[in-house]
Write a protein that binds this ligand. Structure first.
Ligand SMILES: [Zn+2]
Length: 129
């Protein structure tokens, strides 16, 4: 039998490693004394921060999902109550609707998440000129 929790744990581990890598890269000192190099680093750093924020969000979603599935539970669609297929949960761990309802919601302009979900780190504000 295919063990869903195993697949999720693998994915969680991958995300954690990616996050650790990003954090390590962000922690490196970077002063080349060269303005062009510093500007490039600044951009790479902003990207890495943005990336790390997304990673954290995915890790939270995966952890929540694992907790839900931990006791043989299932995640049900918030709209129609059908079970959300595992393949979809693996692709979109934070999914709260099945594929059909999600599409309907997007067509109706209700956005990717149910109201009230505003998780995630905002990217750093644009650089002043
Ligand atoms: Zn549904």
């Amino acid at each position: 039998m295919y063990d869903a929790r195993h697949a999720l744990q693998d994915k969680l581990e991958q995300e954690r490693q990616q996050l650790a890598g990003l954090r390590a890269a962000l922690a490196l000192p970077h002063d080349h004394g060269d303005e062009a190099d510093n500007a490039r680093d600044e951009m790479a750093e902003q990207l890495a921060r943005c990336h790390a924020g997304l990673c954290v969000e995915r890790i939270r979603a995966l952890e929540g999902l694992l907790a839900d599935l931990g006791c043989g539970g299932r995640r049900l669609c918030a709209d129609c109550g059908e079970e959300i297929p595992l393949a979809r949960l693996l692709a979109v761990p934070g999914a709260s609707r099945c594929h059909d309802c999600q599409q309907l919601a997007e067509e109706e302009g209700r956005g990717p998440y149910p109201a009230g979900r505003t998780e995630g780190e905002a990217p750093r504000a644009a650089m002043p000129r």
